[in-house]
Design a protein around this ligand. Structure first.
Ligand SMILES: *[C@@H]1O[C@H](CO)[C@@H](O)[C@H](O)[C@H]1NC(C)=O
Ligand SMILES: *[C@@H]1O[C@H](CO)[C@@H](O)[C@H](O)[C@H]1NC(C)=O
Ligand SMILES: *[C@@H]1O[C@H](CO)[C@@H](O)[C@H](O)[C@H]1NC(C)=O
Ligand SMILES: *[C@@H]1O[C@H](CO)[C@@H](O)[C@H](O)[C@H]1NC(C)=O
Length: 431
């Protein structure tokens, strides 16, 4: 009898010991769920690391974390991301981008005609007004849906994760714009399913950004202002957080304000200077293209330095050199009215929620254009509080959606939860 107890006792002890040693010495569990930010212009994927508690945004192509949301359909295959962008100029009618603007949405004939003017590929609505992209493959028309474009991008991200983990991945959380309705959400989920992923949850981009800052775990944070300023659009949301539950209380935005507008002002300024120096307008299209590239570079440099210089050899004037130094102050002056427009949707969401700036507990910035020092200081002056800038604004959404993936994959302590409550508020558009 007693020897049986001893055997039982030892085996229990062995199991306990194995569990204890396992905790110390076994490699950390591999993430079971990944987070995906399927963006209009860029897409990225992240995993939550159980041991360090950090999110790794994975390298997808070459040294790039995020890849352009661009897909090219060729006779002999499909290219995604940077590879698709590299050949875009020679293959404009089969290079598809902006698919997110069309996913799960119906358009009137007039709206399709209007949108068609912006794109070098062909839009083809079905009888319900849902748009597909018409491309030619081996001389035959093929229709590609926006969710298929999304699935090709997601597939590329999925492969990057599988390469990194050396293991298959089949579950994910996706982020979507807060303004997406049920149908747009369903079609985004479909993009994931086509790519071979089970989509466990879809969360709003502003909520994801707030989660990137761990705001679901902070009991003293209730009202969160999320300002998302990208290349061409501004989105502002006011979220309420209570015990890990997020509720979107108001949304406002401007679909025609972003980094491209700031560049354009600088381009116009330089063109005036060139005209002053050479007494003539540029005639070569290439000069304008080079100028646009240099202006983008100068804008990025002005985020970290007080001056940036633009120098070009102008083909229009027998390769004459042109050089101009731009100070940060000048950049801010020529864009001052545009920068001020950022405050309007902020005021709109404050009015809609009847909150004063002092009642906002945290400000979260999303999107590359929120790196501009004047944008940060304007928001700070207006809200009387320094916005949070600890997370890279271009990776905030993918970071947060990966935190949510980590929670759903059981990588967090069970006491931590994050749930998004459905909301019926509509986005207020401001121009
Ligand atoms: C197009 O034609 C080539 C050559 O016949 C063939 O190899 C390729 O598979 C075709 N592409 C598609 C998408 O059918
Ligand atoms: C996976 O990604 C992490 C985080 O970016 C990186 O440190 C690691 O080297 C990658 N591993 C492989 C095998 O690519
Ligand atoms: C979205 O999908 C859910 C679950 O499959 C379904 O119940 C709902 O009717 C769908 N909604 C729309 C608008 O497609
Ligand atoms: C931007 O900064 C880099 C590194 O300091 C420099 O090499 C580059 O010439 C700068 N570009 C402009 C347009 O100022």
């Amino acid at each position: 009898m007693s020897s049986l107890y001893i055997i039982l006792g030892t085996s229990v002890l062995t199991v306990l010991l194995a569990g204890y040693l396992g905790q110390i010495y076994l490699p950390p569990p591999k993430p079971k769920v990944v987070g995906i930010d399927l963006g209009t212009t860029f897409s990225c994927v992240g995993i939550y690391q159980a041991v360090t508690g950090r999110v790794s945004v994975l390298t997808t192509q070459d040294d790039h974390k995020c890849i352009p949301s661009v897909v090219a359909i060729l006779d002999d295959g499909i290219l995604v991301g940077y590879d698709a962008v590299a050949q875009a100029e020679h293959n404009p009618s089969n290079t598809l981008y902006d698919a997110k603007r069309f996913i799960g949405k119906t358009f009137s004939k007039k709206e399709v005609d209007e949108a068609q003017k912006q794109y070098s590929f062909k839009l083809k609505p079905d009888q319900f007004g849902m748009v597909s992209f018409s491309v030619a493959v081996n001389g035959t028309e093929r229709l590609i849906t926006p969710q298929e474009v999304g699935s090709l991008i997601i597939q590329e991200l999925k492969q990057a994760v599988e390469r990194n983990l050396s293991a298959p991945v089949n579950r994910a959380v996706l982020s979507v714009p807060a303004e997406f309705d049920d149908k747009q959400r369903n079609f985004t989920i479909k993009a994931g399913t086509i790519a071979g992923l089970e989509i466990l949850r879809v969360i709003n981009e502003p909520t994801a950004a707030a989660m990137a800052y761990g705001l679901h775990t902070k009991s003293n944070i209730h009202n969160v202002l999320v300002v998302d300023l990208g290349g061409g659009t501004l989105d502002v949301s006011l979220l309420n957080v209570q015990g890990g539950m997020f509720l979107t209380q108001a949304m406002a935005g401007n679909n025609r304000l972003g980094g491209q507008d700031f560049n354009q002002r600088l381009v116009e300024y330089i063109l005036e200077k060139i005209k002053g120096q050479f007494k003539k307008l540029l005639v070569h299209k290439e000069d304008l293209q080079v100028l646009r590239m240099k202006v983008e570079e100068a804008k990025l440099n002005l985020t970290y330095h007080n001056t940036a210089s633009i120098s070009i050899q102008l083909q229009s004037f027998n390769n004459s050199p042109f050089k101009e130094t731009i100070t940060r102050g000048l950049f801010e002056k020529i864009n001052s009215d545009l920068f001020l427009r950022i405050l309007k949707p902020i005021d709109t969401v404050l009015q809609a929620t009847e909150l004063s700036p002092e009642e906002v507990d945290e400000i979260v910035l999303v999107g590359g254009s929120t790196r501009i020092p004047r944008v940060i200081s304007l928001v700070e002056e207006h809200m009387k509080r320094r916005p949070n800038t600890n997370v890279d604004p271009e990776l905030a959404v993918v970071t947060g959606v990966s935190v949510q993936a980590g929670i759903l994959g059981g990588m967090w302590p069970l006491t931590v939860s994050a749930v998004e409550l459905p909301t019926r508020v509509k986005k207020i558009h401001i121009h």
